[in-house]
Design a protein around this ligand. Structure first.
Ligand SMILES: Nc1ccn([C@@H]2O[C@H](COP(=O)(O)OP(=O)(O)OP(=O)(O)O)[C@@H](O)[C@H]2O)c(=O)n1
Ligand SMILES: C[C@](O)(CO)[C@H](O)COP(=O)(O)O
Length: 233
């Protein structure tokens, strides 16, 4: 089965506000986007990669892909206003790059491993839809009115969802079609698939697979890269 990764890289990073698109911030000598792409390039479970990025950095991203020899990239397309729009644009490119399985992964989660990518794909092959997720480490409360706690949630049935998320192409395409018909927006792809009544399998993720979101995440990311460099020696 052919597996294509979609890498949404069309955001800016307002919460980090670094003066450049956060996926282009250099850590350990390379842009975050390249660190992420290299994980997919060097993973035998992935056949092709499609990137959706902001129009103002599209040329820069294309040049980076060439410079760092990310040869699995078959298309760099324009992203949209929301993450969902960026993934949708990339999904439309499958008309030219036929695939059976689609794996969506945030450009700003550079600590993913090939092992976890392959695990999510295997679960998807069995079930049609699978996501990576970790269990909350802390007690989780539901907020009520005026800053008071409504109640304490049962942690054992909660998951913090990450990417990659893998789907049969036909399922994801149908989920996106329905979402746009209903003007429905969500923060991840599996939420659209759930609306079709399809069960999404959870694969245990990695706490280290952070989404670089706020300024302290950049500091965490630098530390993880430094540690990885030393442990590899
Ligand atoms: N219109 C958008 C918004 C986000 N993304 C991508 O979706 C992933 C997760 O987005 P996140 O980092 O949460 O959002 P950003 O929009 O990049 O950050 P912010 O909300 O702080 O501006 C990132 O790889 C980001 O580039 C995208 O492709 N298109
Ligand atoms: C898709 C995602 O990475 C799963 O955690 C996340 O939902 C994206 O979050 P965002 O901050 O809403 O872009």
């Amino acid at each position: 089965m052919k597996v294509t990764a979609i890498i949404p890289a069309g955001g800016y990073g307002k919460r980090i506000n670094a003066g450049i698109h956060k996926q282009l911030i250099e850590i350990s000598g390379k842009p975050i986007l390249i660190h992420t792409l290299e994980k997919f390039q060097n993973c035998s479970c992935i056949d092709a990669i499609i990137i959706a990025t902001a129009p103002e950095i599209l040329l820069e991203v294309e040049n980076m892909v060439k410079k760092f020899n990310i040869t699995k990239v078959v298309e760099v397309t324009i992203g949209g206003n929301e993450r969902q729009d960026s993934v949708y644009n990339a999904l439309q490119m499958m008309v030219y790059h036929h695939t059976e399985i689609v794996v969506v992964h945030d450009a700003v989660r550079p600590f993913i491993t090939c092992e976890k990518i392959c695990e999510v794909i295997s679960a998807c092959k069995e079930t049609g839809a699978a996501v990576l997720a970790v269990r909350p480490k802390e007690t989780v409360k539901l907020g009520g009115e005026n800053g008071f706690v409504e109640k304490t949630l049962d942690r054992n049935s909660l998951w913090l969802v990450q990417t990659p998320q893998a789907f049969y192409y036909t399922i994801l395409q149908q989920a996106y079609k329905k979402a746009y018909t209903d003007s429905f927006y969500a923060t991840d792809d599996s939420a659209l698939v759930e609306r079709l009544g399809i069960k999404v399998k959870v694969v245990e993720g990695l706490y280290e697979n952070i989404k670089i979101t706020t300024p302290e995440d950049i500091e965490f990311a630098r530390l993880i890269f430094e540690r990885n460099k030393t442990t590899r020696l």
